[in-house]
Structures are given as structure tokens and as C-alpha cells.
Design a protein around this ligand. Structure first.
Ligand code: HEC
Length: 183
């Protein structure tokens, strides 16, 4: 017990000394980012100190690299327009279908089921209700894409999980599933 007390006292004294040593020098900081935030510039440069907001809007008419603009709005009209007009830019081939199948398996099958009949795990466990069988919906490639972009009622948007190309590959696969279900 005595040894323990001695040890503790020595430790406290030592810690005290390190904490108070030379006030002029910078003291070591544990995880400095927690005290001093690093401000970033919109163009990627780090600013040493600034209160200028870096949340600048992109210049009008410009498109971020790798992004494809989507002009249909998240409204009923946008949905109807996309359903009628929007056409896949991808070729219908095995490669696109295979990747669509893979992405579908990751992002959609939990609800919609591997066959697209609405019988996914989350549906079986009644975590999500009202998941349709694709064959009961009057959908087109445009409307499927639109729903991936914005979601629909209980279904959330999947725009951030899939790239423009991947979305269209998934669309191709959903169409295939729907055709198989119609047989
Ligand atoms: C969390 C569960 C869930 C996930 C994950 C999910 N969906 Fe859905 N989806 C739903 C529900 C619920 C509906 C019914 C929405 C409604 O019409 O009210 C739906 C409807 C749809 C429809 C029919 C929309 C229409 O126009 O009638 C399509 C097509 C569709 N989903 C495709 C997909 C695709 C593709 C994915 C994967 C990228 C996906 N869903 C992921 C739950 C989900």
C-alpha cells in the first residue's frame, strides 16, 4: 500500500512538472484537430486562419468532374416526364447486365428480393411494407432510373451509392427481372 502511495505521489509530481514546464514553448497537444479545426478552401488549399466560408456554389453552367446532370425534378411531373422520355444511354449487353445484377444484389435485393417479386429479407421480416412485385408496376427504364435517383415514398434515394453508369446497369437488370416475372 505504501509503495502504491509513493508511486502515485511521484507520478502526480512528475505529471505536474511536465505540464508546467517552460510556458514559452508550445506544449504537446493530444489530437490537435480536436482543438484547432483545419479550414479548407473550396479549391482544396488549406487556409491557416480564416473566417471565409468555403461553401461556394459551383459556377453556373459548370459540371463537376464525373457527374452527369439530371434535369428531371423530384415531383410527380418529373416522374411522369422521366417515365416517358428518359432512355438508357447504355448498350444492352452481358457486361452491363452482370454488373447491374451485382449492384442490384447489394442495394436492392434486401427489399425487392433477388427475383424482384418484393420478397426480400426486409420484406419477409416486415421491416418495410408495401414493397411491390415489379410485374405489378407499370414502369419504364426512365421511371426506374428516376426512382433510383430520388426514391419513392418508403424507398430512399440510391443516387449516392451508385454512379450514373451503375444506375443504368441496375435499370437494365430490373427490366430483365420484370420481364422474367411477366412470363
Ligand atoms: C428499403 C427497402 C428498399 C430498397 C433497398 C429499395 N427499394 Fe425500391 N421500393 C421500395 C418500396 C417500399 C417501394 C414502393 C414505393 C411506393 O410506390 O410507394 C419501392 C418501389 C420501387 C420501384 C417501383 C417504383 C414505381 O415507379 O412504381 C422500383 C422500380 C424500385 N423500387 C427499384 C429499386 C431499385 C433499383 C433499388 C436498388 C437500387 C431499390 N428499389 C431499393 C423499397 C426499397
Amino acid at each position: 500500500m505504501r509503495k502504491y502511495i509513493q508511486f502515485s505521489v511521484t507520478l502526480i509530481v512528475l505529471l505536474g512538472l511536465t505540464a508546467c514546464s517552460s510556458k514559452r514553448e508550445r506544449q504537446p497537444q493530444y489530437m490537435p484537430d480536436m482543438y484547432v479545426a483545419v479550414p479548407y478552401e473550396a479549391d482544396g488549399a488549406v487556409k491557416v486562419s480564416s473566417n471565409i466560408s468555403s461553401n461556394r456554389k459551383p459556377v453556373e453552367g459548370t459540371i463537376a468532374r464525373g457527374k452527369v446532370p439530371y434535369e428531371y425534378t423530384d415531383t410527380n411531373e418529373g416522374y411522369e416526364k422521366a417515365k416517358e422520355q428518359l432512355i438508357s444511354p447504355l448498350a444492352k449487353n452481358e457486361e452491363n447486365l452482370d454488373n447491374g445484377k451485382m449492384m442490384y444484389g447489394i442495394y436492392c435485393a434486401t427489399c425487392h428480393g433477388t427475383k424482384g417479386d418484393g420478397n426480400g429479407v426486409l420484406s419477409q421480416r416486415e421491416k418495410f411494407l408495401g414493397i411491390p412485385n415489379y410485374k405489378d408496376r407499370d414502369i419504364t427504364e426512365g421511371s426506374i432510373y428516376h426512382v433510383i435517383m430520388y426514391g419513392k415514398n418508403l424507398m430512399g434515394s440510391h443516387a449516392s451509392q451508385l454512379t450514373h453508369k451503375e444506375r443504368w446497369q441496375v435499370v437494365q437488370y430490373v427490366e430483365k427481372l420484370r420481364n422474367d416475372l411477366m412470363k
